[in-house]
Write a protein that binds this ligand. Structure first.
Ligand SMILES: NCC(=O)N[C@H]1[C@@H](O)[C@H](n2cnc3c(N)ncnc32)O[C@@H]1CO
Length: 147
């Protein structure tokens, strides 16, 4: 799994078109979304993650929690983003893992939104620009690499 974490004044998105034959079913309300004072987490789920999804979810949540506490962010936006890796997991596996990350972060007490899966989306992001505002993490079953 590859994650790009951007501490932002806001992230907002608007669904445009389907990017998969069968994207995630969403309500009218989910076609647009916004969070302010947010840690935006752009996530590419990778093929290797399918070997141990539970471990990858656990490690991803631990890394996100760690960064969120460093930048003092309570709001987290989990954003499916198929552009951080050339070894992508299948859409089914990726969606399951992203939903699990979202649920665990909610259980940890964060205010979490997840952008819809399987769509092209317009988005606006306002990076805060401080030294910890732009971070990346690579997680594979068995290890975690930090930038
Ligand atoms: N920018 C727009 C976009 O990325 N759209 C992506 C994601 O929403 C989602 N997606 C499919 N596979 C994956 C994956 N392995 N990891 C994350 N998202 C995925 O499906 C779309 C087409 O690849």
């Amino acid at each position: 799994m590859r994650m790009l974490l951007i501490h932002s004044d806001y992230l907002e998105y608007e669904v445009k078109d389907k990017a998969l034959k069968k994207p995630e079913e969403i309500s009218e309300e989910q076609k647009k979304g916004r969070l302010d004072e947010v840690l935006a987490v752009f996530v590419s789920v990778e093929k290797v993650d399918e070997q141990n999804p539970e471990e990858v979810v656990e490690k991803a949540v631990a890394e996100i929690k760690d960064v969120a506490s460093q930048v003092k962010a309570q709001n987290i936006f989990v954003y499916p983003f198929a552009h951080l890796s050339s070894e992508l997991a299948s859409p089914d596996a990726a969606l399951k893992i992203l939903k699990a990350v979202e649920e665990k972060l909610k259980e940890e007490g964060f205010n979490v939104k997840r952008a819809p899966f399987g769509y092209y989306k317009a988005f606006k992001l306002s990076c805060k620009g401080h030294p910890l505002a732009e971070l990346s993490r690579t997680i594979v079953p068995g290890e975690v690499k930090k930038e």
